[in-house]
Ligand binder design. Sequence first.
Ligand code: ADP
Length: 479
Amino acid sequence: MSLFRKNLIDGEWVGEAGSRNINPSNTGDVVGEYASAGAEQAKQAIAAAKAAFPAWSRSAPLVRHAVLKKASDEIMARKDEIGRALSSEEGKRLSEGIGETIRAAQIFDFFAGETLRLSGELVPSVRPGVGVEITREAVGVVGIITPWNFPIAIPTWKIAPALAHGNTIVFKPAELVPESAWTIVDILHRAGLPKGVLNLVMGKGSVVGQAMLDSPDLNAITFTGSVGTGKRVAAASVEHMRKFQLEMGGKNPMVVLDDADLATAVECAINGAYFSTGQRCTASSRLVVTEGIHDRFVAALKERLEKLVIGDALDTKTQIGPVVDASQLKQDEDYIAIGSQEGANLAFGGERLDRETPGFYLRPALFTESTNAMRISREEIFGPVANVIRVKDYDEALAVANDTPFGLTSGICTSSLKHATHFRRNSEAGMVMVNLPTAGVDFHVPFGGRKGSSYGPREQGRYAAEFYTTVKTAYTFAG
Ligand code: ADP
């Protein structure tokens, strides 16, 4: 395969062939080769973004609108091709790859609209003859560091609001998914962004990412990834007194009460825990189930798990694609071993599968008879692995659901208005779902969590303005 993609620095495509991108459904298939930036190129990208900031931050809203709208239109027109490339490099099944691509188009469309709705406030001062104008201004150069599990949606929900609000960008995607990152940068570049406004620096986190953290010239960093790297982003950002935003792990509970509709609960669990191969920070990894429905729920879930088609992400019959790479597969298998050692019952799956092509195939795993104290209940696994925790009643379910260092999403399946309402109000999570999977969120409303899951303002929708702008309060005395 001959595809070779370069980095974009100051409007120029630069770089030598660096790393190869492997298809997790078929490790013999190389998706492409990608330039790998070093620390020096990261510095050049930051300098270019800094130089581009004054003009871009003062550009007319219609200029920004045009770029974002054009990007949205092209992504939508090419959704099948882009979605297919996404599934080739990440391994989520084709319909999910295309769905995520459509979502990226919708996000660009939303933020194109936002450029036309920018507004401020005019407030009378307490002093006579003085007016107070409150406006939002761009923050400056924003560093964007993203993970591999949503290769288009996450970069888009950071890039689109950053551009809409007049910031310039240095974007470092995850090493495993450069094709999706390159594609959106290419589209935005051709849509007419001035040079330096958006810079792409593909490369190693420990090199390029670290150079970004160490730079005094990044005014803000938005990061999605692991807790460990998130803490480094936080420490470096405090050192440089810059704004930062973190989206990290989850250990999301899905509560199933005795009065739940069984079919709904099973579908929520299958979708929430196993779709996208469980590689979602919003995945329902803890299934907290009350005694009266426990055995029926487990039996129905196992029956449904038996029917899942696990295979090549690009095969339209596939429901669960492969795990993203060898190290993530090892992590999943290690946790499956840990669960058994801790005394949980491996009720279904957990073994590697052979398919026509060599890939990282794993049968979704379900543990029962687990407790909330076990490591499989406390640590994020990030794979197709979930465990059932049996509880007495709603009160215990709520307590178990909240007993976690994380707080991204939570869910409850019940037909009781009282319990659904109480759970919505008392769940310690940023996003709460009633009779819906804990994963799968809209593109136009706030996304984010609490406790160890997130730090800083929410992402997406109108709430994104909080991070990508800074407020100015201006006083004018007019006599
Ligand atoms: P994951 O385990 O999901 O890959 P990481 O936190 O390692 O999560 O990666 C998320 C993003 O952070 C990736 O783009 C990765 O390259 C980047 N990254 C990793 N290490 C560092 C670092 N030291 N500094 C900045 N970014 C990093």
